[in-house]
Every structure is written in structure tokens, then in C-alpha cells.
Write a protein that binds this ligand. Structure first.
Ligand code: P71
Length: 463
């Protein structure tokens, strides 16, 4: 397939704006009150108090006119909805998996997969944890083992594929516990917690060969895999002239199935799925989905949601869409980097990650520097971001201590097709101002800590 560029190879948005949502600018006093009431946790802010919302790229995309038209074509039959078959066709075409189970979102699929595949006492290797993924593995009685390359934990390493699996770490685990206790390896595209970092096709091929030999399935977290395909084309020998569609299929063909949060790559506000090639696994998932999500032809979604997802999938593999997506993230990242603000390198596809450890070296990690920085950026400019550090990492179940991860980050996540370049200028200016007065920023004390996924609802006070 021909790769299309706009004139002058700009990453200009491949769409024009048909409808707008008005923004509200608050005063400093209003923001002080709002963040205090939110316990200094950006998850607890009301969105009406936010000016530019970079909390997440999950479910926050702007749908196209075609997707909105698709909503009108919802077939809300309880069973056998037409939209399910459209989605199944699209998954078969673009991802290539035979069997599909829709779920309400990514963690619904993770829940099903973990329950079906993991036995208590098993070990599940993965290229870095994701919060919900690891929790579902643990709830199913499994133990997550990080097998990502060391460079992924180093915000300054310029390794082009920081999402790669360290084959020696994986082999050490398999030798130690035996392949029988490794139900699958969980492989994430554009590893979120590492800063949106891709794996290479070469690494996946090695992994595939190793896993075939030891009879270990590779289960892909396909949430941002189209964005991963973009980096493979950009950075890997032999892919320069391949289309995203072709690269995506090549990735999926080397794996055995996937979980998907369609709220990212696939440009919808809600939705996800589990997909696989093994019939037995599919039948187990089909049986499990009716307990927790809904009938196997809707899995917690309305027919219209499945239609919007099928259409979103076709738009997500468009070259010009991803070119603008990644171009926009880089635009923001380059501005910050040029101003000397410490960010994770290389710049990933879905967000810019501030290195809070380096931004606030005077704040101890147990005083939550990334949480404090996210709260301060809100106070400064009404910009909402997300902590991805010590609070998100949680406690080690064995020692009960904070995990104190190597990466202490604030994520400025860009929703797809939502903000303009001028918004990004405001964001860059605000972060740069904050960096200039970084010594005035202090840590936080946690005053309420929920049992599961504490970052969502934890509350803090200034020290
Ligand atoms: C993101 C999210 C949404 C989120 C989830 C948990 C804490 C904070 C924010 C969700 C992902 C993801 C990957 C790689 C599975 C899920 C769960 N990401 N895998 O980045 O990034 O999907 O939210 O649809 O249940 O803000 P789900």
C-alpha cells in the first residue's frame, strides 16, 4: 500500500473540525479549592474545573462523523447483533485473530483472560507491568514477573526499542519455575508505563521462536499496537516501505491472541475485546464472558459501540492519522526538551512523560514527587495530568512497602484528534514556567489509601 504524505510532509491534522466543545478557564482561587477538595489527586477533580485535560488518551478521542453515523446504525438486538459481525470482520481483517469476544473495556478482557489461563501459583512474565493487567493476574493467583530490558527503566536511555523483552530474563524465569508454570507471556505494544516505548519485530520474532519451543502462548496487549507498528516502520531495518496494516498483521501473526482496550488506538469512548486463534480458549472465554460482561455477541457493549469500534479500527490504521498523532506528541515533547525540561526519551506515541525525580530532586520518593508535580501543574494552569510513579506502582504484596519504582513520572497524555497545536503551546509554556520555579514545589503525604489500584482514589495533603 502506498504511504500518503501531505504536501511538504507536514503532520497536519487529516481532518477539519465540524463541532466544538467550549472550554472553561478557572481562576487560581477556584483551582486551589478544587485540588484541595480532590485530595491533590487529579483523578478526583471534576472535569468542569479542568482547562486542558491530558489525564489520559483512554476513551477521550474525538470520533469522526462516520463513527457518529455508525452509532445510528446500532442493532440493539440482545443476541447476534449485526454490529458484532462487522466488528468480527474488522478484527479478522486488521488483527487477523479468528475468534472475538467483546468486553466493556480492556480490563474486562484482562479479567477473562487471567481467570481462564492462570492457575494459582503461576508466573506471568510481561514487558513491564500495567496496573490493571497485573492486578487481574494477581487476583487470579498469578505472580507478575517483569522481563523488559533494563533500558526501559532508565528515562535517559535512547534505546529505540525500550519495549523489548529481555530474552535472558525470560529464560531465567522459565528455567527456574518450569514452562508448565508459565501460562503465557503478556506482551504490550508501546509500553505505557515505560513512556510509550515500542518493541521491535526482531525481538518479537525471537520471542516467538522461544515460546514455540517451550509451548508458551504470547498474549498481546494490543491497546496501542498500531502506534507500535509506526515505530517499527520508522526505526527497523526492512520496514520503511511497509504499510501500518501490513506491520500490524505481522505482529499479530506472531502472537496467539490479545486483550484490547479499544479506548486508545481504536478511537472510541468505550469498548474492548479478547481475541484468540485457539478454539478451546475461545470456548472458555465465551463461557466466562456471560458471567461477568454479557452475552458473547455484545460483552457489555451496546451494538452502536461495536459499530463505532469497527469504523474506528479502519481509521486507526490510516497512515495520515498516525502521522498526525505521533507528530503532535513530538511537537510538544520537542518544545519541552528544547527548554531543558527533563522528559523520558525517546518520545513515545501517546504522551510526554516528565521525569519527576529529576524535576524535583529535593522531594523524597515516599513524598510522591510525581503526584505533587501533577497537582502543581493543575494549580499553575488548569492542566490535568496523571501520576505514573510510586503511587501507581502500589505496595509490594510481600513486604507491604511502597515499590519505589525507578520511573517516577508525570504523564501528559494526548487524546486523539482533540487538541490543537495552540493548546500544546499553552501546555509547554506552563510546564516551562513551573520548571523555572521548581524549588518552590514540595511533596505530599498520603492521608487515604484504597486497597486496590490506590492511585485512582488516594487522597493527599501538602507536607
Ligand atoms: C491509561 C489507561 C486507563 C487507565 C487504567 C488504569 C489506570 C489509569 C488509567 C488502560 C490500559 C492500558 C494498557 C496498556 C490495559 C489497559 C486497561 N490505560 N492495557 O493509560 O494502557 O484498559 O482502561 O480499557 O480497562 O490511561 P481499560
Amino acid at each position: 500500500m502506498e504511504i500518503q504524505h501531505t504536501p511538504h510532509h507536514s503532520w497536519a491534522e487529516p481532518y477539519k473540525i465540524k463541532m466544538v466543545e467550549l472550554l472553561r478557564v478557572t481562576t487560581r482561587e477556584e483551582r486551589e479549592q478544587a485540588i484541595r477538595e480532590a485530595g491533590y489527586n487529579t483523578f478526583l477533580l471534576r472535569s468542569r474545573d479542568v482547562y486542558i485535560d491530558l489525564l489520559t488518551d483512554s476513551g477521550t478521542s474525538a470520533m469522526s462523523d462516520r463513527q457518529w453515523a455508525g452509532l445510528m446504525m446500532g442493532d440493539e438486538a440482545y443476541a447476534g447483533s449485526d454490529n458484532f459481525y462487522h466488528l468480527q470482520d474488522a478484527v479478522r481483517e486488521y488483527y487477523g485473530y479468528k475468534y472475538l469476544i467483546p468486553t466493556h473495556q480492556g480490563r474486562g478482557a484482562e479479567h477473562l483472560m487471567s481467570r481462564i489461563m492462570i492457575k494459582p501459583g503461576d508466573f506471568v512474565p510481561g514487558n513491564m507491568y500495567f496496573t490493571t493487567t497485573r492486578l487481574h493476574q494477581e487476583l487470579a493467583g498469578g505472580n507478575f514477573v517483569d522481563v523488559i530490558i533494563d533500558q526501559a527503566h532508565d528515562p535517559d536511555s535512547r534505546h529505540p526499542f525500550k519495549g523489548n523483552v529481555d530474552m535472558e530474563k525470560l529464560d531465567r524465569l522459565v528455567q527456574k519455575v518450569g514452562a508448565d508454570h508459565v501460562p503465557y507471556i503478556s506482551l504490550e505494544g508501546n509500553v505505557n508505563m515505560a513512556g510509550g516505548q515500542p518493541f521491535s519485530m526482531k525481538n518479537l520474532r525471537e520471542l516467538h521462536e522461544y515460546c514455540r519451543k517451550h509451548d508458551i502462548p504470547i498474549m498481546l496487549d494490543a491497546t496501542r499496537t498500531i502506534e507500535n507498528a509506526w515505530f517499527i516502520r520508522e526505526r527497523e531495518e526492512g520496514y520503511r516501505d511497509k504499510s501500518l496494516r501490513v506491520i500490524l498483521r505481522e505482529i499479530c501473526d506472531l502472537t496467539d491472541g490479545c486483550t484490547m482496550s479499544a479506548k486508545k488506538d481504536l478511537l472510541v469512548n468505550i469498548g474492548g475485546f479478547f481475541a484468540c486463534n485457539d478454539k478451546e480458549l475461545f470456548i472458555k472465554a465465551q463461557n466466562m464472558v456471560v458471567v461477568y460482561e454479557g452475552l458473547h455477541t455484545y460483552g457489555g457493549l451496546a451494538g452502536r459501540d461495536m459499530e463505532a469500534m469497527a469504523i474506528g479500527m479502519r481509521e486507526a490504521v490510516m497512515e495520515e492519522h498516525q502521522s498526525a498523532r505521533i507528530g503532535q506528541v513530538r511537537y510538544l515533547g520537542n518544545k519541552l526538551r528544547d527548554a531543558g525540561v527533563p522528559i523520558v526519551n525517546p518520545i513515545g506515541s501517546h504522551a510526554i512523560f516528565l521525569n519527576a525525580r529529576e524535576f524535583l530532586p529535593h522531594v523524597d520518593q515516599d513524598d510522591y514527587p510525581a503526584q505533587a508535580l501533577a497537582a502543581e501543574l493543575y494549580l499553575e494552569a488548569g492542566i490535568r495530568t496523571m501520576e505514573r510513579g510510586n503511587v501507581s506502582a502500589g505496595r509490594d504484596p510481600e513486604t507491604g512497602q511502597n515499590r519505589r519504582p525507578a520511573l517516577e513520572l508525570v504523564r501528559l497524555t494526548l487524546p486523539r484528534r482533540v487538541y490543537t497545536q495552540a493548546h500544546l503551546d499553552v501546555v509547554a509554556e506552563s510546564v516551562i514556567d513551573l520548571y523555572a520555579r521548581r524549588e518552590s514545589i514540595h511533596g505530599l503525604k498520603m492521608t487515604y489509601e484504597p486497597e486496590y489500584l490506590r492511585f485512582f482514589q488516594a487522597r493527599f495533603e501538602p507536607l
